[in-house]
Design a protein around this ligand. Structure first.
Ligand code: URP
Ligand code: ZN
Ligand code: ZN
Length: 473
């Protein structure tokens, strides 16, 4: 199939120019002015529109078992929601719940099954060091996996001791694997949670109160120090506190290869949301913080201290006892109501994979905080570079996959659960007026979303074997 996208304003991480894009098969073949359509080519007029690379969301949790339930978007519904929001590549986290890493990865492939609707890859969670785990890290690049996540929180479940994090980093580095860090202080959280429960505090607000920002700040510096000693690169996920940005900036000034990601929820909401009667909707770990934190996170994005905006998409129903209609079927999946009488039982996580680009365009570009080029850099190009997908993904270049958004920067919608395509019963941005949406979304040259119409399908997404030794930005 040959496609000519005509006269759109192309926005890359560094440039903005008007040109045509010729797509042959699944890749971009040529970019230039006044390109002539080959015989039989489909021509799409994009005058007045922006042309962006498909979004790359490097932090999703589809079909993730948690607290006796499962995140409510699976690898089809979540991919579909991603596509509607302009994201054509996602990276999920494989849990280390089998004896070997290879078996764990296989199990994650099995969870995807034939469901994938956009292109995808996996990071590997390392949550326990069995005798062979360190040795098995060398097997990951051949499986297409070039990043591992470690945790300083979730004691007795996911957390590794500092020495083990150091050992993972040191071994990961040898094989070109990037270590990703969930930064909170698990020990302090344990103490505060036990005390809060003993005092009878059960509401969602206590989720935030028992996970102090200082624990995250300290853990970022601890992670950076461990990375320095391991001579390994580090990527801090879901950064939420202003002090974390300070620590990252400090470490980068020392010349360390440390990078960071934040998510729209940390830029958009504060702990006051956790105190609302429906505060469980905002329960995620780490928690949303304060306005001063938001300002510093924005500054981190503007100044290049943070490199990536991802979503940590991990949705649960607010009331999973009631079914919603999804593609004509009634679907109920237990959710936040599981923690109605105990905040520690509220499944942690939020919907967001489809919201990211419209929210970031509205709050970032619309407010003048980010240029359109920074928007592309943070949401598409840099994530692809850091995670070994560039220039196949995150770029508008000859030879890149033709993952292309025809972006309408003026389209306004009163946003909410009825617009977002997530399989859950609420949306965090309910009632927000968002400006900037994809008009058309192409995945490897195939039109999968056309002005709000779903043309994609399960099985069209492809597993991406990522390159080791991704970019250090
Ligand atoms: O609350 C969240 N973020 N759930 C997903 C797990 C994680 O730590 O990213
Ligand atoms: Zn995490
Ligand atoms: Zn996560």
């Amino acid at each position: 199939m040959t496609l000519l996208i005509r006269a759109g304003t192309q926005v890359t991480a560094s440039d903005t120019y008007t040109a045509d894009i010729l797509v042959e098969g699944e890749q971009i073949a040529q970019i230039g002015v006044n390109l002539q359509p080959p015989p039989g080519a489909k021509v799409v007029d994009a005058q007045g529109m922006l042309i962006l690379p498909g979004g790359v969301d490097v932090h999703t949790h589809f079909d993730l078992p948690m607290f006796g339930t499962v995140s409510s978007d699976d690898h089809y519904t979540g991919h579909k929601a991603a596509a509607f929001g302009g994201t054509t590549t996602v990276i999920d986290f494989a849990s280390q719940d089998k004896d070997s890493l290879a078996a764990s990865v296989e199990a994650w492939h099995a969870r995807v099954g034939g469901k994938a609707a956009v292109d995808y890859s996996f990071h590997m969670n390392i949550t326990r060091l069995y005798p062979d785990t360190l040795k098995e890290l060398s097997d990951l690049p051949a499986m297409g996996i070039t990043s591992v996540k470690v945790f300083t929180a979730y004691n007795n479940r996911l957390r590794l001791a500092d020495g083990d994090i150091y050992r993972v980093m040191r071994e990961a580095r040898k094989h070109g694997l990037l270590t990703m860090l969930h930064a909170e202080n698990g020990d302090v959280i344990e103490v505060l949670v036990a005390e809060a429960l003993a005092e009878g505090h059960t509401s969602p607000a206590w989720h935030g109160r028992t996970r102090p920002a200082w624990g995250a700040v300290e853990a970022v510096l601890r992670g950076a120090s461990l990375a320095a000693q391991a001579e390994a690169p580090l990527y801090v996920v879901h950064m939420n506190a202003g002090g974390e940005v300070d620590m990252l900036e400090y470490a980068r000034r020392q010349g360390l290869a440390v990078m960071g990601e934040t998510c729209p929820q940390y830029l958009s909401f504060t702990e006051a949301h956790l105190s609302r009667p429906d505060g469980a909707k905002w329960v995620c770990s780490p928690p949303v913080r304060g306005e001063v934190d938001q300002a510093r996170l924005w500054q981190g994005l503007e100044e290049g201290i943070l490199q990536v905006v991802a979503t940590d998409h991990c949705p649960f129903y607010f009331d999973g006892s009631k079914a919603i209609k999804y593609e004509g079927q009634a679907v109920a999946i237990p959710g936040k109501e599981l923690g109605a009488s105990d905040f520690t039982q509220i499944p942690n996580g939020l919907p967001g994979v489809g919201d990211r680009l419209p929210v970031m365009w509205t709050s970032g570009v619309g407010s003048g905080r980010l240029t359109p080029n920074q928007f592309v850099s943070l949401n598409c190009t840099q994530p692809a570079q850091i995670f070994g997908l560039y220039p196949r993904k995150g770029a508008l270049l000859p030879g890149s996959d033709a993952d292309i958004l025809i972006w309408d920067p003026k389209k306004k919608l009163r946003y909410g659960v009825d617009v977002a395509q997530h399989r859950t019963d609420y949306n965090l941005y309910e009632g927000w007026e968002l400006t900037g949406f994809p008009r058309q979304v192409f995945l490897r040259g195939k039109l999968i979303v056309d002005q709000g119409q779903w043309l994609g399908g399960a099985g069209q997404g492809r597993f991406l074997y990522r390159q080791p030794f991704g970019a250090i930005l």
